[in-house]
Design a protein around this ligand. Sequence first.
Ligand code: OAD
Length: 256
Amino acid sequence: MTAEALAEAGRLLAAATRPVVFTGAGMSAESGVPTFRDARTGLWQRYDPSRLATPAAFHADPALVWGWYEGRRHGVRRAEPNPGHRAVAAIQARLPGTVVITQNVDDLHERGGVPGAVRLHGSLFAPRCSACAHPAPVPDDAPPPEGPLDPPACVRCAAPVRPGVVWFGEALPEEALGAAAEAASRCDLLLTVGTSALVHPAAEIPLVAARLGAPVVQVNPEPTPLDAVCAVNLRGRAGDVLPALVRVAWPADAGD
Ligand code: OAD
């Protein structure tokens, strides 16, 4: 990341009034939450998504799927927001028109000071009945499962409870997708952080903003398909780049 690129991104951010911050798994990587597609550490390098992240997988082996997501939920509970999450909260505090849209199913934006992020892919903390969709409370924090674990039964209809995340082949929550598309179409800056931008329709959100003329600033150590539409590309880690970006955008706040 060059000083010029950071300065230009800081100028765009300081001039914005209704930015969108669009985040993916890289946002939480420095908190110790694994991403999906990073070459050595990504979850989908180690696990087969067709056995864990589809409705058919849950139907075939509910205990395998429930145990795996419970393991991830325990991992997230042990994680802490990183300086990148805190920098997003600082942006929202500075620019109250900021809309945070996340593909992440952890709760680190909330714990990092951003209430009400638009969740495109659901949450590890919102299980629901697989048949009637009745919300099921997050299970008590028993020790993390060592492997497969039978899901609890729905209190209303006794069908197995499922994780509250969006699986491959499922539609995104309509309200969240509508809110995200609306925010992207009226934003005056879109800051995309830590996403490979390979999973659709979520990956269209930055493209909507770009198509309507909003500058796109990207924070990612690696190239992505969004490079082509970026006004500024900040190559680096969210936990380093975002605090630096906030300092450059509002130098007078330094030391607050
Ligand atoms: P990916 O794992 O596909 O991409 C993570 C991105 O983060 C990559 O582009 C990395 O280069 C980047 N990255 C890694 N470390 C970083 C860091 N410290 N700072 C900034 N960037 C970093 O994750 P997503 O794009 O979020 O779907 O994946 C999209 C969806 O695919 C997920 O929401 C999930 C998955 O299947 C569901 O759960 C439905």
